[in-house]
Design a protein around this ligand. Structure first.
Ligand code: ME8
Length: 510
């Protein structure tokens, strides 16, 4: 049976159209999902939208629409964006989906019936744009620690979830599962800043607005958006109504989130799952932020960029590649169009594009585009072959540790070696001499075979380009298994005509 792999992104707020920061998480999750599929896993990749709450209600009112009309428009745009980025999600969940809303209602009722949710009065500081509550010690200046806006003092009758009851179990879980929260710095932050000072029971209902899932036994209350939102990871699998997909995919293997929402995923979510008697996700990874000029890109700060502008200007794979390669995964990084151009030129146009075009052109020029049998390999050839064959283990190790940028760099390193191999073996000189034709055939075979294998490894990251390269090679050998055997490329194949994979971009465009 295939190994299963369940990966999720956060479900984003459709309060405005998505920006490059949302693309960042979604592209990385997509690359991981594609990599897992390539290696033979049965993958369930889920993304979606978090559509309830006061902020959306307010935005819709400002736009003169009902909340449902407002979010429907944004969801069309979001799905179009994911299509243009080649995002291969298996399921797109919306919290306004009937199935989801009904199941969240049941989850809330179950927690209430078993005594994990109770009724009380809430008084506290609330940030509307971030939909989060803060204690006075967390926000001593009355400003939201995430977005620095003024917090609102709220007092209302509300339901509470007994978070405090699960504190000790949560700490024990962290101790016995050292890789549950990564990077480790985020886990320490959770323990020291939130858990050790003592978890307070969490307010999980609101009466100050109506755009949400009503509490079934007290419909004057709507369910707190984070309870609604976090539940998406299991309601999409049918919980609590149908066990089939839960059996197959739960627990999630990876919740990929931005660092600002780790605390919801690392504290509230595991406690909810413990209360429901369900296994906890295997890992929550909190990545860093993409910034513009050192500041956070965010809808609430208003420095919004339409990612399609970059896709239209430079191509989908240039944008994907940049998002995946530029920033060490986990750290913050700056997004700039200059860096995108420079990355595209050096890695995609020069290293990859040139190599493929040069090799296929030479094969056409010297062997009429026919893949010719290799003969004797020299020491340099063996060096190339060994590097190519080592990729499978290295890339696997890097991807399993979510070092996505390093996995890509390893492939690039091999491609750079291929370019060096051409420069050192000088095929154009060998071509002039009748006696070196076998040597020339060997070199071209080794290059074409290296390109084939690298193209397969690149497929999770730049799928369109990988496909184009394999089409140029006209090969049937596209499987992951075939990357373990140097020499799988069929001889006597007729290569297709060389194409330009990436044009060098002139910096004036930026
Ligand atoms: O928080 N850099 O939704 P959201 C990197 N609905 N990633 C970024 C980013 C940036 N500048 N800006 C956004 C929510 N992101 C909740 C989630 S989940 C049960 C509910 C990405 O629309 C990153 O993944 O504010 C971040 O965590 C997420 O978008 C926040 O999206």
């Amino acid at each position: 049976m295939k190994e299963k792999y369940y990966i999720t992104t956060p479900i984003y707020y459709p309060s405005a159209n998505f920006h490059i920061g949302h693309c960042y998480t979604t592209i990385i999750a997509d690359a991981i999902a594609r990599y897992k599929r390539l290696t033979g896993c049965d993958v369930y990749y889920q993304t979606g939208t978090d559509e309830h709450g006061e902020k959306i209600e307010k935005k819709a009112r400002e736009a003169g629409l009902t909340p449902q009309e407002y979010v429907d428009k944004i969801i069309i745009d979001a799905k179009d964006l994911w299509k243009s980025l080649n995002i291969s999600y298996d399921y797109f969940i919306r919290t306004t989906d009937e199935d989801h809303a009904r199941r969240v209602g049941k989850i809330f009722k179950k927690l209430y019936d078993q005594g994990d949710i109770y009724k009380g009065t809430y008084e506290g500081l609330y940030c509307i744009p971030c939909e989060s509550f803060w204690t006075e010690s967390q926000a001593p200046d009355g400003k939201c620690p995430d977005c620095d806006r003024d917090l609102k003092l709220v007092s209302e009758e509300a339901y509470f979830f007994k978070l405090s009851k699960y504190q000790d179990r949560l700490v024990k879980y962290y101790e016995s599962h050292p890789n549950f929260i990564l990077p480790l710095s985020r886990k320490n932050e959770m323990l020291n800043n939130f858990i050790k000072p003592g978890l307070e029971d969490l307010c999980v209902s609101r009466t100050s607005f109506t755009w949400g899932i009503p509490v079934s036994f007290d419909p004057h209350h709507v369910i707190y958006v984070w309870i609604d939102a976090l539940s998406n990871y299991i309601t999409s699998l049918g919980y609590p109504e149908d066990d089939t997909l839960m059996q197959k995919y739960w627990p999630a293997d990876l919740h990929l989130v931005g660092k600002e929402i780790v605390r919801f995923h690392a504290i509230i979510w595991p406690c909810m799952l413990m209360a429901l008697g369900l296994p906890l996700p295997k890992q929550v990874f909190g990545h860093g932020w993409l910034k513009i000029d050192g500041g956070k890109i965010s809808k609430s700060l208003g420095n919004y960029q339409d990612p399609r502008e970059y896709i239209n200007a430079y191509g989908v794979d240039a944008v994907r590649y940049y998002a995946l390669r530029e920033v060490p995964f986990g750290s913050d990084g700056n997004f700039s169009e200059e860096a995108l151009i420079s990355r595209t030129n050096t890695d995609l146009a020069n290293t990859l594009g040139n190599l493929v075009t040069r090799t296929i052109s030479m094969s056409h020029k010297y062997f009429k585009g026919i893949v010719t049998n290799p003969k004797v390999n020299t020491q340099l050839d063996h060096e190339l072959i060994n590097q190519v064959l080592a990729l499978k283990t290295i890339v696997n190790e890097k991807m399993n540790n979510l070092k996505v940028n390093e996995a890509i760099e390893e492939i690039m390193e091999v491609l750079r070696f291929c370019n060096k191999y051409i420069d050192e073996t000088t095929p154009w000189l060998l071509a002039k001499d009748e006696t070196t034709q076998d040597r020339l055939a060997t070199i071209l075979y080794n290059l074409l075979e290296s390109i084939r294998i690298c193209a397969i490894f690149l497929s999770p990251f730049i799928p369109d380009t990988s496909k184009k390269i394999l089409e140029e090679l006209n090969t049937e050998k596209k499987s992951y298994e075939s990357t373990g055997n140097f020499g799988s490329l069929e001889t006597n194949l007729k290569l297709n005509e060389p194409i330009i994979l990436f044009k060098r971009i002139e910096a004036t465009k930026a």
